[in-house]
Design a protein around this ligand. Structure first.
Ligand SMILES: Cc1cc2nc3c(=O)[nH]c(=O)nc-3n(C[C@H](O)[C@H](O)[C@H](O)COP(=O)(O)OP(=O)(O)OC[C@H]3O[C@@H](n4cnc5c(N)ncnc54)[C@H](O)[C@@H]3O)c2cc1C
Length: 584
């Protein structure tokens, strides 16, 4: 059950694949350079390996508990929360003026991959606080920023996102929580469910960001406002006042992430402040959600890496049968082609998903450097893909990890089962993966598929501008064929948009998969090209570098080869689904 921070892979992905060097000492990141990148990743790796990973199992078996109206976290978690705050991690990407360190999002996501891999239930607590920081930074008043943000970026307080209600999950238009004006504040009433780290005693205060309706608000999403509702009221000088009228009335019993308290929250006339303009809450919420969606994609990468490491160690140790690869009798199962393929494809998918998430984060960083509309379109287009494609890979790789263990994978003691159970939530929360696919083919593809066509053109230029040797011929042909399928599918979807919107939605999940497969292929190709250059220059560990090339070829053969089949599925239309309305 140990975890080794994949520092070399993360640094390679940040530099050789996503080109983070272009941010070094730039106008947006004046203090950032390669030494700082190394120092931050090394420290994040150490915290993950030494503090967070050892608590993963006890968190799973003990879980969080609700006792006498208080949420009690699993043993060791309160100390870990303190260590996280004291290490300055809560404000890693937050603006300097609010007490943060303003590091690039790509670096922040790389650090969070390790936190999630080490202990996903723990890492959810700062993830939600990050989202609260983003919302207040972009939509709060100067007073709110000055009063609240330093406590969040310093990690003394935590933040939550209160969207979901029993009747309002994917469809937030149905939410009914009410906020009634009371002097210069509001009184908030309603019930929220599934609130991650909604209550606990590990921090002095908790800032809840809550969606609710003002009296007389229009129906639907246009009538939703965002409120800030602290567990303890905050005086103007920043000191804490009386306990607010809100509490956790229940904790959910879940399949996984047992140490993350998932709370049913009751707001019983709690005092709250408006954040942003009345009825503009959903816009403010999208700021939080965009940040949180990428962070959830990174959870998928982290949990996959953890499950893969454990499966690899087991496969090298467990001996069964004679190896057809080495001729050895009673060989390690690693030496059977099927087992090695499971592990190799897992590793290829992890590196592809990591590259996709870091590329998405880099688009956000590039936009800070240069507010170019094309860069913003790229970020917006990739966010739902990073969220859904990477979390599906998290589940897939964790499931493969169980398979590699054989019967032992199904037995809780090995820990392989915990990764699988923990991974399963990521495709569900923060907008289900089906909702992400709908967003991709709807808003993100737009009416002219500009974002998709630009992406395809950029990948094509990369292929043309790099003289790729014969070793790459077959795999690059697979990527080019996948790009052709991607372009055709994108144009088909926008052509159906007005006349046959059901056809578009029926093809959404397959389109998201194809998009992820193509971008994953692109980042692996970039890695393989960079690795080849280093091999030719006799730099670095040759086995590790050669693996980058072979993983790319394997990915092209086993994953990109499905592109035409996906195109067929995307363009199949909704006819059969309509015909099945009675038959299922
Ligand atoms: C452990 C956990 C932690 C969570 N943390 C938080 C939190 O901190 N804050 C918070 O506010 N919420 C939180 N959630 C709630 C989570 O975001 C929702 O569960 C999720 O958005 C889905 O909503 P739902 O559960 O109501 O499912 P539903 O909306 O009922 O969806 C059920 C199924 O129908 C599909 N579906 C629904 N509508 C559509 C549509 N329009 N098009 C296509 N398919 C559709 C979905 O994809 C899904 O497959 C958490 C949930 C869990 C389980």
């Amino acid at each position: 059950m140990t975890y080794r921070a994949p520092l070399a892979d993360l640094k390679f992905s940040l530099t050789a694949v996503t080109g983070i060097e272009r941010l070094y000492q730039s106008s947006a990141y004046p203090d950032f350079d390669g030494d700082l990148l190394d120092a931050i990743l090394d420290a994040a790796g150490q915290l993950s390996e030494e503090v967070l990973a050892p608590l993963n199992r006890v968190g799973d078996t003990h879980g969080a508990k609700l006792e006498n109206d208080k949420v009690i976290v699993a043993p060791g978690f309160a100390e870990a929360v303190s260590a996280f705050a004291e290490g300055g991690w809560a404000g890693l990407g937050a603006p300097v003026e609010h007490g943060g360190q303003a590091m690039p999002k790509a670096l922040e996501m790389a650090a969070y991959e390790m936190f999630h891999a080490a202990n996903m239930a723990f890492a959810l607590y700062p993830t939600l606080s990050q989202a609260a920081i983003e919302a207040l930074h972009h939509h709060g008043t100067e007073r709110q920023k000055a009063l609240y943000l330093p406590h969040l970026t310093g990690g003394e307080w935590s933040g939550t996102m209160n969207l979901t209600e029993p009747q309002a999950g994917s469809d937030l238009a149905l939410l009914t929580s009410q906020a009634v004006p009371d002097g210069d504040a509001y009184r908030l009433t309603g019930q929220k469910i599934y609130i991650t780290w909604g209550d606990h005693e590990t921090r002095d205060n908790i800032l809840h960001l809550v969606l609710a309706r003002l009296p007389g608000a229009p129906e639907g999403t246009r009538g939703i406002s965002l409120f800030l509702c602290p567990k303890y009221l905050v005086n103007d000088d920043g000191s804490l006042g009386e306990r607010n009228a809100l509490r956790a009335v229940g904790l959910e019993h879940k399949l996984g992430i047992h140490a993350s308290p998932t709370c049913v929250m009751a707001f019983e006339g709690a005092k709250a402040e408006l954040v942003g303009q009345p009825h503009q809450g959903l816009m403010a919420m999208f700021t939080m959600m965009n940040a949180a969606r990428l962070a959830v994609g990174v959870q998928g990468v982290g949990i996959a890496e953890r499950a893969y490491q454990q499966a690899l160690a087991y496969a090298r140790d467990r001996r069964q049968g004679n190896s057809i690869l080495t001729g050895e009798k009673k060989a390690p199962i690693f030496d059977h082609p099927d087992v090695r393929l499971m592990l190799a494809l897992s590793r290829a998918k992890i590196e592809a998903a990591r590259g996709l998430c870091l590329l998405t984060a880099m688009a956000a960083d590039d936009y800070r450097l240069n507010a170019d509309a094309r860069v913003k379109r790229r970020e917006d287009f990739l966010v739902p893909v990073a969220k859904a494609w990477a979390t599906d890979i998290g589940v897939e790789v964790a499931s493969t990890g169980v398979q590699v263990h054989g019967g032992m994978g199904f037995i809780e003691e090995t820990g392989a089962a915990q990764h699988y159970r923990d991974a399963r939530i990521a495709p569900i929360y923060e907008g289900t993966n089906g909702i992400q696919a709908g967003d991709l083919v709807g808003r993100k593809l737009g009416d002219d598929a500009a974002s998709a066509i630009e992406l395809k053109e950029d990948i094509q230029s990369y292929i043309q501008n790099n003289s790729l040797n014969d070793n790459f011929k077959k795999s690059v042909e697979a990527l080019e064929a996948a790009l052709t399928a991607f372009e055709a599918a994108s144009l088909w979807l926008v052509a159906q948009k007005k006349a046959r919107p059901a056809d578009v939605q029926a093809g959404a999940t397959a389109y998201l998969k194809l998009t992820g497969d193509v971008v994953g292929g692109y980042v692996l190709l970039r890695g393989a090209v960079a690795a080849t250059a280093r091999l030719e220059a006799n730099e670095g560990d040759p086995a590790w570098l050669r693996a980058k090339v072979e993983l790319w070829k394997l990915y092209a053969a086993h994953i990109l080869s499905h592109a035409q089949a996906l195109q067929t599925a995307i363009t199949a239309g909704a006819g059969s689904l309509e015909a099945l309305s009675e038959g299922l």
